[in-house]
Each structure stands twice: as structure tokens, then as C-alpha cells.
Design a protein around this ligand. Sequence first.
Ligand SMILES: [Mn+2]
Length: 322
Amino acid sequence: MFEELQGSGVLIHHWDADGICSARLLLEKLSKKIVNKTPVLGNYFLTEEELTEYSSYNFVIVVDMALPEDNINRLAKNAKVLIFDHHLQKPIQGVFHQNPIGKGEDPLLYPSASWIVNDFLGNPVNVFALLGIIGDHEKRIQTNKEFYTKITDFCIKERFTFDELLMMVYLLDSSYKVGDRKAVEEAPHLLLEYTGARRILQNIRWKNNLLLLEKEIAKHVTAPGEEKQGILLKRIHTKFNIISTVTRKIAWDSGKDTVVLNTGFFKDMDQIYVRSNKNLQPLIQQGKMLGYRCGGKTEVLGAVVPKERTESFIQEIVRFLS
Ligand SMILES: [Mn+2]
């Protein structure tokens, strides 16, 4: 498949540990003809400038991201497009779309993009394939019998502990959490240079990121918030991507429904995060109907809202929760 690729290419990958490890695996096979990029942090789409820039390549590989179909079609006008992913997205016609989940396969059997890529490349199980899995699932992977066995076997053979692999994932995720897009793009190259995965644990810059994140999270968790009808509302202003962690800590410490607003991550948009004992699905639907980027699970809602709409959406949220 890769032998047929002519000319120069660009590899677009997610900014998290899975995206970085998947990129590392692909670069190993393609490094001579490809450059790697991650989107603007927090954007699950490409900007007009990115679309124009990437259209000048002969081929584009997208990994661990379900970019909007119209983005893909734009790229496919000029370039050969290949996608390796495990997010729920229906198969896109006219491009090479390697996504077993999109074809209806069991997500438990394809827990990360790194696994799908590694499988496609015909590699044996290795630390990067597994780090992508642990990055996306953390400790919850321990309930996936088949894959937890693979991880445990690997740990015994290579003399790692699960907690060491988990720490590697936190270190790899630290670049995007501190908002360092360039460091995200450098990471796959570092992983190519490292002779052993243990080197990840020694990367000073990533270790400093974690200290910085820990401090910033503690600062916002302990700062006083408002309480409205038994609901905690915390307004923070940080350029770090820590809203989910801050919300979780406040909610778990207090046992109360918690709403956190971050006005410091995007220029024109605000991040909103909610954790509740109530089922938040109707609220997520409502947010989507209002046209916001909105998602989550039963107990969690994350949204990105234009700044001028923030206060009205927060009122909606408080009304829903109380
Ligand atoms: Mn992933």
C-alpha cells in the first residue's frame, strides 16, 4: 500500500498519546516522504489555511481523528487520502478508510488507532501499539480481558509495570494539555529516536509539564466558586486543557453537580464542562440543537460555545440540573 505512494505527503494526527504513537508507527515506514502535523489544539477539524496547505501534498494520511467528511473531500480533490481511525464515523467513499468501528466491528477488539495502524503494518505487538490503547482507556482497559492480557504479557516480557506505561501516557499527553502544539508534532520523532521506551519516563520537558499541570489544576480546584441551588459553578481562565480534570476533582470532592467554565482556552469560544448525578443526555442533545460543539456521556458533558452565548447556556444548564 505505502509503496504506491508517490511524491510528498503529510500525516495529520490527533494530539494525544494515541495519535502520537500512531504517528510514530507510520513515520517509521514513511519518514522519508512525509511530514507530520496536528490540528490547532482542540479543533476536530481543519482550518481554511490548513486545508489549503495540505492540499499541496501528493498524499495525506489522517490518523486517530474523524475529521469532517467535507474536510476529507476537499483534501481528496488534489491528494490521495488514507485514514486510519477508530472513532465512530461512517465509511467515506473515494478514499482509503481503514476504520473497523465505522464498519460496525466491536470497539473492544479495536481499542485504539495505534492498534489498527500496527496491525495494518504487520508489526508484532510493541510498546507504541499498547501505549495508544492505554492512552485512550487508562485504567479502564483492565476490564477488557483480551487486551489487558496482551498488556500484562508484554509487561512481563519487557519488565514494565502497568503504572509505568500509564505514566508514559501522562507524559505523552502533557504537551497538548499545556497547549504546546509544536511539542506534539516533535513527539513522534523523539519516540523514533528513543532506543527504549523507558526514555519517555526520563524526558525532563514532559516531566516539567506534569508539574506545571498539577499546580495549575490545584490552583483552580481550591479557588472559591459559586453555589446556585446546590450546584457548584466555577469560572476559570487558563490556557491549559485541564477543564475535565478540574471538574472531576471538584465534583468528586464535593459530591455535588458541578459546572466549570474556562474562558482562557480559545479566543472566541469558551469551554464548558459538567459533571452530574443526573443523566445529561437530554442536555447534550439540547446543546447540539443550539448548534454548539457538544458531547459527553451519561454523567459528563463537554461543550465549546461562542463567548456571547456562554451565559445563556450556563443558565440553561443550571435550570436543567436544579
Ligand atoms: Mn484514539
